[in-house]
Design a protein around this ligand. Structure first.
Ligand SMILES: NC(=O)c1ccc[n+]([C@@H]2O[C@H](COP(=O)([O-])OP(=O)(O)OC[C@H]3O[C@@H](n4cnc5c(N)ncnc54)[C@H](O)[C@@H]3O)[C@@H](O)[C@H]2O)c1
Length: 258
């Protein structure tokens, strides 16, 4: 599962699972461009990665919801790396909302970043991967797109759309040797900690029974570096060359149906 020679874009690389993914890829020898809207953190992650090596990383600003931003930033990254083999795409936002009163603004924001952002990054990446003879796209879905999610109606609908898109993109680009899968994670990241910090006592209790109690491997969310990083390396590597169109839970057993 060595990634030496692989040219990789990681979105959402400033923190959480994007950060852990970028660090693991550089440790496995890849050339990685991290992208995010959060520039100071994004640069700090790249600095840490380069100190450790043996691969290397650079940082670029992108807003995944905006077509021009994705087109121009990916073009610059591909020029710098001399091609593209892998897109890891964890960038997303999470907001609470109730099905009864979710606003049009929240709905549109969620779909702009989480769904349109997936479509745009995947489309542009696939174009460059075709020129490279194939590649691997790793999207991020959620258990929220698999089951009822009363506290996050728009997020849940958007993740369901990411799952459908992932299957369709895999079916479309398989002939070009481009694989498209989605990771469904449960990891202790800033996104998870922020959601928990906003929850009142009743919501924390509900979250325990719905989210943590169902994690077979010890009722705790995973560590992004240790529990997710190696899986991301596997999906970027040729070792996963015959897997496509799949929703892959990396969640200690939280999602036990698909
Ligand atoms: N944390 C979990 O347990 C969990 C569970 C299920 C699904 N997920 C999904 O996993 C993925 C990673 O989650 P995380 O917990 O690491 O999130 P996070 O919030 O910690 O990190 C997300 C990153 O995406 C970036 N980002 C947001 N909007 C952007 C935009 N428009 N353009 C570019 N970058 C943008 C943020 O700045 C941030 O650095 C997400 O798709 C999330 O929905 C997470």
């Amino acid at each position: 599962m060595e990634l030496k020679g692989k040219r990789i874009i990681v979105t959402g690389s400033a923190r959480g699972m994007g950060e852990a993914t970028l660090l693991n890829y550089v440790r496995a020898g890849a050339h990685v461009i991290g992208m995010d809207v959060s520039d100071d953190d994004g640069c700090a992650v790249v600095e840490e990665a380069n100190k450790a090596g043996p691969g290397k990383a650079e940082y670029m600003h992108v807003d995944i919801a905006e077509k021009d931003s994705v087109e121009s930033t990916f073009a610059e990254a591909v020029k710098l790396m001399g091609g593209l083999d892998v897109l890891a795409h964890p960038a997303a936002i999470q907001r609470s909302s109730d099905a009864g009163d979710v606003s049009v603004e929240d709905w549109d924001l969620m779909f702009a970043v989480n769904v349109r952002g997936t479509m745009l990054t995947n489309q542009v990446a696939a174009r460059y991967m075709k020129e490279s003879g194939g590649g691997s796209i790793i999207n991020f879905g959620s258990i929220s797109g698999q089951r009822p999610e009363p506290s996050a109606a728009a997020y849940s609908a958007a993740k369901g759309a990411v799952h459908s898109w992932t299957r369709t993109a895999a079916g479309t680009w398989g002939k070009d040797n481009i694989r498209v899968n989605a990771i469904l994670p449960a990891m202790a990241t800033p996104m998870y900690r922020e959601a928990m910090a906003l929850a009142d006592e009743a919501a924390l209790e509900a979250s325990y029974w719905m989210n943590r109690r169902t994690i077979a491997l010890g009722e705790e969310y995973g560590d992004p570096d240790k529990d997710l990083g190696p899986v991301m390396v596997f999906f970027a590597s040729d070792a996963s060359g015959f897997i496509t169109g799949q929703l892959i839970p990396v969640d200690g057993g939280q999602t036990s149906v698909r």
